[in-house]
Ligand binder design. Sequence first.
Ligand code: SAM
Length: 343
Amino acid sequence: MTRPTSEKAKSPRLSTKKLTNMAFAYKQSGTLVAALELGLFLKVSQGENTVKKAAKSMDLPVTAIDKLMTACTALGLFKKKGEFYYNSPEADRYLVKGNKKYYGDFLIHQAKTEYDNWKDLGAAIRRPPMEKSMYHSMMHDEKFARALTVAGYNSSIAAGYKFAREFDFSPYTLFLDLGGGSGCYSIPAVLSNPKLSAIVFDFPAVIKVTQEFVAQAGLSDRITTVPGDFTVDDLPKGADLVSVIGNLHAYSMDETEFIIKKAFDAVTPGGALIIIDYMLNKVKTGPLEAAFHHLGSVATSSKGCVKSTKEMSAFMKRAGAKDITINDFIPDSMSRVTGKKPK
Ligand SMILES: C[S@@+](CC[C@H](N)C(=O)[O-])C[C@H]1O[C@@H](n2cnc3c(N)ncnc32)[C@H](O)[C@@H]1O
């Protein structure tokens, strides 16, 4: 049966474009990572911004660099005028090594480590997950721990400053950041709040790197570090503000509930617990980045999962928290759930 013409006119025009973009997204990733690894955005910012100059400065074949620069331009990473290339505003801010907001190490690290897992996702779905979290299996490797923590500093320091601007730290004196990684949340918090001290708690191999970032910031007297595993070790006492940021998606529902309860128990009366992480919306239809982190645990054979804001608040409530609030932290990606401990 043919549909009436008016109905046909109303249906959206279907095309394979969206599907093609999805299936071949690895080409975008490969282009960006290659340009980053070669330091191409830095070269262009330094005026090595023709194909010949860029190729010569890197001692690489002109023909291949020509192709790479063309693809980067088509992706919108460069603007081209005549034979000259210029970084796009985003490339200029985030992809030029040495710039304050440089984000490239994180992108390289994640794209490279995750690619192999994602390309065989179908097979991974059939495998049972590992017993222990991804962090338990990887963070004892000093080289991996350093690479992830340095990359994590790149990726999260801007979020750390955003948090320091948005959150009122004035009622608090001691901030305990569980799984605090590089110190990327504690450093901005302490710099912006003269009466605040902080403790970063993380695995021993991470803490070595944290200490370097803290020393570079000149804060070794106000930020202390404690090595340990928050799933088994005792937590430092006396903090009136405790946070768990960016790591609960690596844990199962039961493990997350256990960690939240333990973290809440560590808060002194009158204090608060903050959870920041990828979180799904109440009905679990997105956002996409949170959904990818949720699925990413299958790719890495982890029991971890991304929880919804509703599930995180329920964990907080069952731990005994009052005045629970939910805020967007990074729109379409991370949320913040805060709960208070009664005096
Ligand atoms: C994705 S990083 C996030 C670091 C930092 N909070 C941020 O948001 O950038 C997760 C951190 O949690 C730490 N972590 C995960 N599980 C942990 C555990 N059981 N005990 C201590 N640290 C843990 C990891 O070592 C890692 O440094």
